[in-house]
Write a protein that binds this ligand. Structure first.
Ligand code: UD2
Length: 343
């Protein structure tokens, strides 16, 4: 080996060593950026975080942020610093201008199986009036009676997609199976098409704006029946044998099974986890107290939602409105459970 060759070899080793030492942290940082600002689905597909840059329209005038504005009569931020959205905590024109620039598409899923098909018309018609008006929306209806889906006129940029699903003898199964179908829908259809998804109960109507203020990575709605209660009163699954178990003293809010959402990667993770836990429980003969709602509550306890929607986003028509609820945006209609359910 001649000296010249050894010198070149040494030079290369030093250069590669320096590159390794200096470039590795940069690569790691880039990886970290991907992990924190971009979701990654199970198969490695990247979902770009839509909340990376909030770019508003130039010259838009709106009230200056002020600590004396907003709401002092309700919890408007969680201990993990997620906003809790109430009327008076956001400026809709500003938010819409941010998301219009991004040209987002929002999907909604709704299940109308068996006699629940009767609720679909009002759901769809009121969604046209209040749900992400002015944005691209795709409503996915899952039903066992595709021919009975009402013909509702959709505005430009909005689309209704009907999919067949089997009926079941047990309402608990219809309700819980939604997680599996949502998981598959995201994997097979929505992946490259949609930015956000909301999964909603059909026996409900929109009454007022539900829009861009509700967008976030993982979004949960506080149940209207329990938002003033101590967590000891929440109807979480209390049997430790269940995968939906929440121990005494644990839990943040009691969230609704009837409305949740977020970016695709987050909702996919939620649906997949709740489905698996529900099925693993079933193999051991356990059904959680409130089916997939119990599993969702366990999931949200461990994986904190990045945005929490107040009970304005899922009220119940039989409940008198409380003074802190200035607007009812979406509300469950009164129904006769014995008459409407298959069991
Ligand atoms: C609560 C939840 C619901 C679910 C359930 C527990 C709210 C407002 N509702 O409502 O989401 O977590 O507890 O399982 O938080 N469905 C049919 N056909 C049927 C039965 C159900 O299509 O025969 C669908 C339909 O979309 C309905 C949803 O499943 O809206 C939930 O069923 P539910 O409304 O009977 O459940 P409920 O009122 O106990």
């Amino acid at each position: 080996m001649n000296l010249k060759f050894v010198a070149v070899l040494l030079f290369l080793v030093v250069v590669l060593g320096v590159m390794f030492i200096y470039l590795k942290p940069i690569y790691r940082f880039r990886e970290g950026l991907c992990d924190s600002s971009e979701g990654r689905s199970g198969d490695g597909h990247l979902f770009r975080s839509p909340d990376l840059h909030l770019v508003a329209t130039n010259g838009l005038k709106y009230p200056q942020p002020s600590i004396t504005h907003g709401r002092t009569d309700v919890v408007s931020v969680t201990p993990w610093l997620a906003p809790v959205v109430w009327e008076g905590t956001f400026y809709p024109v500003l938010l819409d201008s941010i998301y219009q620039k991004r040209n987002i598409t929002v999907a909604a899923t709704v299940f109308a199986v068996g006699k629940y098909i009767r609720f679909l018309k009002d759901f769809l018609e009121t969604a046209e009036q209040h749900f992400f008006v002015g944005f691209k929306v795709k409503v996915y209806v899952f039903t066992d009676q595709p021919n009975e889906v009402p013909k509702v006129k959709m505005a430009a940029g909005r689309e209704l997609v009907v999919r067949s699903v089997p009926n079941s003898k047990r309402w608990q199964e219809i309700s819980a199976r939604r997680m599996e179908i949502i998981q598959t829908l995201i994997e097979e259809t929505l992946k490259n098409d949609v930015d956000y998804i909301f999964c909603l109960d059909v026996d409900s109507k929109f009454h007022s704006r539900w829009g861009t203020e509700s967008l976030g990575e993982l979004v949960a709605v506080i149940h209207p029946g329990y938002y003033k209660d101590d967590r000891s009163k929440f109807p979480y699954e209390r049997r430790p044998a269940s995968r939906a178990y929440v121990a005494p003293g644990e839990g943040d809010f009691y969230y609704c099974g009837g409305a949740f959402g977020g970016v695709l990667a987050e909702v996919h993770q939620l649906a997949q986890t709740c489905r698996k836990n529900f099925e693993d429980d079933a193999k051991e003969g356990i059904e959680a107290a409130w089916q997939e709602e119990s599993h969702l509550n366990r999931y949200m306890w461990l994986n904190k939602p990045s945005k929490v929607l107040s009970p304005e986003y899922l009220w119940q028509d039989f409940k008198a409105r409380n003074s802190e609820v200035r607007v009812i945006r979406f509300s469950g209609v009164i129904k006769n459970y014995n008459e409407i359910r298959p069991n």
